[in-house]
Design a protein around this ligand. Structure first.
Ligand SMILES: Cc1ncc(C[n+]2csc(CCOP(=O)(O)OP(=O)(O)O)c2C)c(N)n1
Ligand SMILES: CC(=O)[C@@H](O)[C@H](O)COP(=O)(O)O
Ligand SMILES: [Mg+2]
Length: 641
């Protein structure tokens, strides 16, 4: 159901907003909200955050001369209204689909997307970079960063503010405070923001100030009144101690407050300024406002009822299998604790927290802290499971090396979203963890081929008390396997032969095993006897298994859901060191391509990556030196699948 948008129809670029009067601006904002809801009902994606910044987005593009004035969105998941207003309304219903708009800001997509995002808490650092560049070039544009209260729980935001305050550069930071992260926010800062917003004296003083400014009709006194009120009610704020002028809190849904304050700041000549804007995540759409998660991330949904299209209920998601096994283990081991960096729902630790509230810690968007916090727990005898998406663990890598691996501390890393993730695209792909963890001495690194394997890897990790361990698993559902009553731990460093053959060996790490088995079927049908093995461990490698496969087969193909420099490289190094490459073995290593892949449906992304069954079969035949026709005869039937 599309909604009538006569005012929004007139906005083909932010310049069309610049001369609108108050009433027109309000009308555009209302239609922008309706268009956002309508578009996301068709595409799915991030909704709540964007609804919370409809007025702010409208006011920013009205007051500032974007793209000359630089506007940087933190995370960027709230940028759909921004994309609609900046010439991409015609493509907004391609959001997060192959070939369509990114779900985050992306420099290559628009001149209005000054800086790419998706990982949180980067906006102030980037904005300061733009501000320093501006001054070095002798230019005079404004630079604005919009950062959420949740994203303000990351240390990087304070590193940036500390530097900005020290440099005293003209910089505008807008704190979009909706008192939500993905889950409710955690930490002392969220309490601090709440105090700023709830101080009655400040709020009542602000009403007087606002009334005076309106009556006079001149904005200048609003700012003086604002400072006076703040001084009266609040005294300095944490931000002022960091060199920022603090303005606010102001109502982020009231254009009568937003526009004059933004104009004041635009026309001022201050150094760094932080404007504290109070908004509501999911604003203006009742099902989102009522939802616990404020419709942070949604599937396609019915606009009238808000009912989301449920993913076909099939096999349990890997995330749920992880959480349920961890709970099972924790029932009999009170040293097990869970740690998440602001992703309790995404990692499944919300289920663990329901069962063991005192043993589950949400540290906020603070992966670096999460890792070293876990190291401290491990150093004192606990069994910490740090459940962090592969892509977000990148943020805490030095802590993994310096605080965990060098000290040999038994932190367990539950690495969800390993491999390609689909609609979130390149910024969220879990491509690199095999390489970056497998390089660390002493690390035990596992990859689950299915949900039973995942449960066994959790059980295995529980027992590894003398060094760090990690197990990786993909976003989405397993194969629908029956979960055994007893979940046996694995023998460390031991893989398994899933199917015996004689001429081709496919050695898979992770869930590509399923594709490898399909490839083996196709190859077998053409008379190529094919062994399929599941490595289970990227570190330590099952050396006996790998050397045997190399010895007994003409072709060895490794397959992994990871970038070059991971499992296949480790296998090549082992074979080279043992002289196993000196006897004519034909070996190929299949990895993700050496590019950042744009978003699409996961199966399509793996097709683009060349990691589906037909690619595996063709690679084996190519290695055998079989002509392409034969490859086609094997592969062609699979294409028809
Ligand atoms: C480094 C990092 N960790 C975790 C996430 C997952 N994540 C995406 S949005 C979000 C919450 C952001 O909260 P806030 O900044 O308040 O924005 P809001 O959604 O409330 O508008 C989180 C944790 C991320 N994008 N980046
Ligand atoms: C914007 C962000 O980083 C998160 O919302 C992320 O998109 C969640 O990913 P999943 O949907 O895989 O949990
Ligand atoms: Mg928030």
């Amino acid at each position: 159901m599309t909604t009538s948008t006569p005012n929004l129809d007139r906005i083909t670029a932010p310049a069309d907003l610049r001369n609108l009067d108050r009433d027109m601006l309000i009308a555009v904002a209302d239609e922008l909200r309706a268009e956002t809801i309508n578009a996301v009902s068709v595409t799915g994606g991030h909704l709540g955050a964007g609804l919370g910044v409809v007025e702010l987005t409208t006011a920013l593009h009205h007051v500032f001369e974007t793209p000359k004035d630089i506007l940087i969105w933190d995370v960027g998941h709230q940028c759909y209204p921004h994309k609609i207003l900046t010439g991409r309304r015609d493509r907004i219903r391609t959001l997060r689909q192959g070939g369509g708009l990114s779900g985050f800001t992306k420099r290559s997509e628009s001149e209005y997307d000054a800086f790419g995002a998706a990982h949180a808490s980067t906006s102030i650092s980037a904005a300061l970079g733009f501000a320093v560049a501006r001054d070095l070039k002798g230019e005079s544009n404004n630079v604005i960063a919009v950062i959420g209260d949740g994203s303000m729980s990351a240390g990087m935001a304070y590193e940036a503010m500390n530097n900005a305050g020290g440099l005293d550069k003209r910089l505008i930071v807008i704190l979009n405070d909706n008192d939500m992260s993905i889950a409710p926010p955690v930490g002392a800062m969220s309490h601090y923001f709440a105090r700023l917003v709830s101080s009655q004296s400040y709020r009542s003083l602000r009403k007087i100030g606002k009334g005076v400014a309106k009556a006079i009709g001149v904005e200048g006194p609003a700012r003086k009144a604002e400072e006076y009120m703040r001084g009266m009610a609040m005294g300095g704020t944490l931000f002022e101690e960091m060199g920022f002028r603090y303005v606010g809190p102001i109502d982020g849904h009231d254009l009568d407050q937003l526009v004059p304050v933004l104009r004041n700041i635009r026309d001022g000549d201050d150094g760094p300024v932080l404007i504290h804007v109070v908004t509501q995540k999911g604003k203006g759409y009742a099902p989102a406002e009522a939802a616990d998660d404020k419709y942070h991330g949604v599937a396609k949904f019915n606009v009238v009822t808000g009912e989301q299209q449920k993913a076909a209920s099939g096999p349990a998601s890997y995330t749920k299998v992880f959480a349920q096994q961890l709970i099972r283990e924790a029932e009999t081991d009170d040293r097990i604790v869970g740690i998440t960096a602001a992703m309790p729902g995404g990692t499944g630790l919300d289920l663990f927290a329901e069962r063991f509230p005192e043993r589950c810690f949400d540290v906020g968007i603070a992966e670096q802290h999460a890792v070293t916090f876990a190291a401290g727990l491990a150093a004192d005898g606990m069994k910490p499971f740090a459940a962090i998406y592969s892509t977000f663990l990148q943020r805490g890598y030095d802590q993994v090396v310096h605080d965990v691996a060098i000290q040999g501390l038994p932190v367990r890393f539950a690495i969800d979203r390993a491999g390609l993730v689909g609609a979130d695209g390149a910024t969220h792909a879990g491509s690199f963890d095999v390489g970056y963890l497998g390089a660390l001495p002493g690390m035990v690194l596992m990859a689950a081929a299915d949900e039973v394997e995942l449960a066994r890897m959790v059980a295995t990790s529980v027992q590894i008390d003398d060094r760090p361990s990690a197990f990786r698993y993909p976003r989405g559902n397993g194969l629908g396997l029956e979960m055994p009553a007893v979940i046996e731990p694995l023998a460390i460093g031991k893989g398994r032969i899933v199917r015996e053959g004689t001429s081709i060996a496919l050695l898979s790490l992770g869930t590509r095993l399923d594709e490898a088995l399909k490839a083996a079927d196709a190859l077998g049908a053409q008379g190529y006897s094919t062994t399929v093995a599941d490595a289970r461990f990227a570190k330590p490698l099952d050396e006996d298994l790998i050397l045997r496969l190399a010895r007994e087969h003409e072709v060895l193909v490794t397959i992994e859901e990871g970038a070059r420099g991971g499992f296949g490289a480790f296998v090549l190094q082992l074979l080279a060191e043992r002289g196993a490459l000196d006897h004519g073995l034909k070996i190929r290593t299949m990895t993700l391509p050496d590019v950042f892949q744009d978003h699409d449906a996961p199966f399509k992304m793996y097709d683009t990556a060349g990691l589906n069954a037909r690619h595996i079969a063709a690679t084996a035949l190519e290695a055998l030196g079989r002509n392409q026709d034969l490859a086609k005869s094997v592969v062609a039937p699979m294409l028809a699948e």
